[in-house]
Ligand binder design. Structure first.
Ligand SMILES: [Fe+2]
Length: 184
């Protein structure tokens, strides 16, 4: 498996926009938190989160290809289960549907980042004091961060983590890297 430093260099080499790099770092943080809670391999889950959208600069206009290319590029860099999770995070478009706990973990982790960052950005104290209660209220407000798929966030239940725990963990995990993603 590649190292964290190699993974970051690989991602940085693709010239993605700043908001995509933030999304990658936030997804990594949430995956690391989930791995700790579930006693999974934190580095495997973290690097999978960091690299899951590696092909985005190439596939943003061909969504059926999104994640398939990344998994091909990463074939020698990540374990097979990680490649499968990467493919399945875009299963609705590429036909590789989620089945394993790891697959669902990546899907809910990469999706919750949109909710947490949008919620933090409209608060003067950003992530400070943000928790499951207010995030669940935002989830019910269909106009708020409308592109964020609430159903995929709820897939945390399939990972074995309650929605409350998942949302609170996601905020805590992203708070650890807040300075890197402009949420300080
Ligand atoms: Fe993503």
């Amino acid at each position: 498996m590649l190292t964290r430093e190699e993974a970051w260099e690989l991602l940085a080499s693709k010239g993605q926009e700043r908001h995509m790099l933030h999304h990658a770092l936030e997804t990594e943080a949430v995956m690391r938190g989930l791995a700790r809670r579930l006693e999974q391999d934190e580095d495997v889950w973290g690097l999978t989160g960091l690299l899951h959208d590696l092909d985005f600069h190439e596939t943003k206009d061909i969504p059926d290809e999104h994640a398939l290319r990344a998994a091909t590029w990463l074939a020698d860099a990540l374990p097979g289960e990680a490649l499968q999770a990467i493919r399945a995070h875009n299963g609705e478009r590429n036909g590789i549907m989620p089945a394993a706990q790891f697959d669902y973990a990546l899907r809910c982790a990469e999706t919750v980042t949109g909710l947490v960052s949008a919620a933090a950005l409209v608060r003067p104290t950003k992530l400070d004091g943000l928790g499951a209660k207010s995030l669940k209220k935002k989830m019910k407000d269909k106009a708020f961060a409308a592109a964020v798929n609430r159903e995929i966030i709820r897939e945390c239940e399939r990972v074995g983590v309650s929605l409350d725990d998942f949302l609170n963990d996601a905020v805590a995990s992203i708070a650890e890297i807040a300075d890197q993603v402009d949420l300080k």
